[in-house]
Design a protein around this ligand. Structure first.
Ligand code: HEM
Length: 119
């Protein structure tokens, strides 16, 4: 049986490391930093990790707010959306994740575009 994306990303520990790294990148990315300044980053990391684990096929349950509700009123642009995905790609490269897995994650993130953009 092919291991799930969750397993191939290193399960909860591996995904937590990716999300930690990506959110740290958001905080210093000139395209994104203003959005994250003053936010509760540890909480965003924790919620983001749960969401990611569940989305990758892990046993976790994300019981936070849905993506439309979280991002409503932010009027997030296409450029910002791409910048978050770029930070995730850089984080995965930094964690030694392979190209196949990285592309799968990019596809999942992209599929959520309508739930975060221009709301
Ligand atoms: C596919 C893309 C994205 C996904 C899957 C995603 C997912 C999430 C998740 C799971 C949370 C935590 C939920 C919570 O705090 O209750 C969150 C929070 C947040 N997201 Fe996103 N996000 C995406 C794109 C973006 C973009 C493009 C921006 C802005 C440039 C953004 C800005 C934020 C901010 C500022 C928070 C913190 C909200 C708060 O503290 O209340 N997100 N996101």
């Amino acid at each position: 049986m092919t291991p799930s994306l969750y397993q191939r990303l290193g399960s909860a520990e591996g995904i937590a490391a990716i999300v930690d790294d990506a959110v740290d990148r958001h905080a210093v990315n000139p395209l994104l930093a203003p959005r994250f300044s003053g936010r509760d980053l540890p909480r965003a990391k924790q919620m983001g990790t749960l969401f990611f684990c569940m989305g990758a096929g892990g046993p976790q349950t994300y019981d936070g707010r849905d993506m439309r509700t979280v991002h409503a009123g932010m009027n997030i642009s296409e450029q910002e959306f791409i910048a978050t995905i770029d930070d995730f790609v850089a984080a995965m490269q930094g964690q030694g994740i392979g190209a196949v897995e990285t592309n799968e994650v990019v596809a999942i993130l992209y599929s959520l575009k309508g739930e975060v953009l221009r709301l």
